[in-house]
Design a protein around this ligand. Sequence first.
Ligand code: SF4
Length: 80
Amino acid sequence: MKRFCPYTDDCPLFNDRIFIRKSYGQVYKKLYCTAGEEKWTRCRRYQVIEKLGRCADFVMPNSRASFEEIEAKLNSIGKV
Ligand code: SF4
């Protein structure tokens, strides 16, 4: 079983390119990105990329926003 999310190379959150507290980033990485498939498939960013083929910085791994809400916001900020 893979331990790391397949999007770690490009994910801005994983690569510290999203402006959040560093400690939050570390917690997300520990809870989702590097915790095995069962965990990273629960990451909302992962799910959004899988479903919509794109994501944006405002989506956090623990987001409870629906795909529809996220897609509407992606469209509104021009993330097509
Ligand atoms: S688990 Fe989520 S936050 Fe972590 S690398 Fe994958 S998509 Fe990015």
